[in-house]
Design a protein. Structure first.
Length: 83
């Protein structure tokens, strides 16, 4: 299992919340950051999650694919942020 998804599941984040989070990520990465903050993860788990993403951004793609979402939307959102 993807380490990002594993951290979320370890903290009792249900599949529906995880799917919503990644759907938000594909549409609006900034909003996804706010959503992550609202999940109530303990600070050390949140730090570990963010560390995983920063050290290996490919994990996001793996998680999106594992959830059956469209990664091209993540790329489009990222391009919009860089403008």
């Amino acid at each position: 299992m993807n380490p990002i998804l594993a951290i979320l599941k370890e903290n009792n984040i249900n599949d529906e919340q995880i799917s919503e989070l990644f759907q938000t990520l594909t549409e609006n990465p900034i909003a996804a950051m706010a959503t992550i903050g609202q999940l109530g993860l303990p600070p050390e788990q949140l730090q570990q999650l963010m560390g995983q993403v920063m050290q290996n951004p490919a994990l996001l793609k793996e998680a999106v694919v594992e959830l059956g979402l469209d990664f091209s939307k993540v790329e489009a959102a990222k391009a919009q942020l860089q403008k």
